[in-house]
Design a protein around this ligand. Structure first.
Ligand SMILES: *Cc1c(COP(=O)(O)O)cnc(C)c1O
Length: 424
């Protein structure tokens, strides 16, 4: 038995499913999870001493590679001054200024501790600001695990085979309406049907929790137009895309201006951070200035802020990173597409910048329904073979691959060689 297997045996006795977040259990794959000891650059190492090229990147935060020196140093330095004060600090002000002064659609921002919390709070603010209750989300988009958002919620929920979730009272999702990704008509129909009642439309501007599903040309612009027409707020859930597609996230990348934005993952550089922000008049609804209550004992934690701010400053000071990630994406994902073409395999590779998924289906994947046509058994075989060859990918058909700056050309070549070997 490997040490990972031993640890998993112990873990399942004391932690539900042996993990603190479901996807880590490798349930969709039929493997026991690797327990990780350390990570550096584009590599992670498990407790049995195996080294893998990592394409999970902690689900996005490690855009500069694991254990990035200046981020690590900033954490060590901040720790020396104390771990938490429960009081206001200078770093929080700097963090808020740094983002608001560089991202035009964000005039005010509030820090929280996770993407889930960011979305939950943004929804509350949208409802408070508009005085309306209904929310439109898209099938296959994941917005964290708050009650109202656990409807057709993509990846984790998808592969564990639970349609929604037990323990969520119907009343909590009654005001959540589900539209079809990339289908503006489905959105307009819901807006019309509930005229005057829709507080917000929330969307992953690039779907990345049903596998990667980029927006069709005009989709995000169309949402902006519909939201204006029906006086609903447009919320971009940029927990994955924020600071990844561009410093200003998908909003900058596609040139569409949301009213509210949620962040997570990259903003904390590996520490538990989320944030929500947007127009001043909306954000001034939040307590203690406004009537929408939202709080957090550890929100804006000094260690987390130090890590996050250091990473954001580095990204902003090195805008060439975004071009490089595009190039790396073209090289790796374009390379995979080419291999599949050469072998006459009809699978789909959806790819945008550093994000991608291979869907084991003949159908073009543009929404949740088409994503679900994937042969998840074929994916599981592929995943296991790649892991054996030292390539660590998300253990689910419906999660994204994440590239970081630390993935060198040699590493990408090595990955392509493994892919070529697998698809003989
Ligand atoms: C990961 C994710 C979340 C939830 O963030 P947590 O930090 O896991 O709570 C929300 N929205 C999107 C788009 C995500 O990818």
């Amino acid at each position: 038995m490997t040490r990972s297997e031993q640890l998993f045996e112990r873990a399942v006795k004391r932690i539900p499913g042996g993990v603190n977040s479901p996807v880590r259990a490798y349930g969709a794959i039929g493997e026991s999870p690797r327990f990780i000891e350390k990570a550096d650059g584009c590599y992670i190492y498990d407790v049995d001493g195996n080294r893998y090229i990592d394409y999970i990147d902690s689900w996005g935060p490690m855009i500069l590679g694991h254990n990035f020196p200046s981020v690590r140093e900033s954490v060590i330095k901040a720790c020396e001054k104390g771990l938490s004060f429960g009081c206001a600090t200078e770093t929080e002000v700097e963090m808020a200024e740094f983002i608001c002064e560089r991202i035009p659609h964000i005039e005010m921002i509030r820090m929280v501790n996770s993407g889930t919390e960011a979305v939950m709070s943004a929804i509350r603010v949208a409802r408070g600001f508009t005085g309306k209750n209904k929310i439109i989300k898209f099938a296959g988009c994941y917005h964290g695990h708050s009650d109202a958002m656990l409807v057709s919620a993509g990846s984790g929920v998808m592969t564990s085979g639970v349609p929604d979730s037990a323990g969520v009272p119907k009343a909590c999702t009654e005001d959540t309406m589900t539209a079809v990704y990339n289908d503006l008509e489905s959105v307009e129909e819901l807006l019309r049907k509930s005229e005057g009642q829709t507080a917000a439309v929330i969307v992953e501007p690039v779907g990345a929790n049903m596998g990667v599903v980029p927006p069709k040309e005009g989709f995000l612009e169309g949402l902006r137009r519909l939201c204006d027409e029906y006086q609903a707020l447009l919320i971009f859930d940029e927990v994955i895309t924020g600071f990844r597609l561009a410093f200003g996230g998908a909003a900058q990348y596609f040139g569409v201006k949301p009213d509210l934005v949620t962040y997570g993952k990259i903003i904390g550089a590996g520490m538990p951070v989320g944030a929500y922000g947007g127009r001043k008049e909306i954000m001034e609804m939040v307590a203690p200035v406004g009537a929408v209550y939202q709080a957090g004992t550890l929100s804006g934690n000094p260690i987390a802020m130090a890590a996050g701010l250091t990473q954001l400053k580095y990204l902003y000071a090195h805008p060439e990173i975004y071009g490089k990630l595009e190039e790396k994406g073209d090289k790796l994902y374009g390379g995979i597409k080419q291999i599949l073409n050469e072998k006459n395999l009809p699978y789909q590779v959806n790819h945008i910048s550093s994000l991608a998924s291979i869907f084991f289906t003949k159908e073009k994947v543009v929404d949740y329904t088409s994503a679900k046509t994937s042969d998840t058994k074929a994916f599981a075989e592929y995943f296991k073979a790649m892991l054996k060859m030292g390539i660590h990918m998300a253990p689910s058909q419906f999660e994204a691959m994440f590239l970081s700056v630390a993935h060198t050309d040699e590493v990408l070549e090595e990955t392509l060689d493994a892919v070529r070997k697998y698809f003989v």
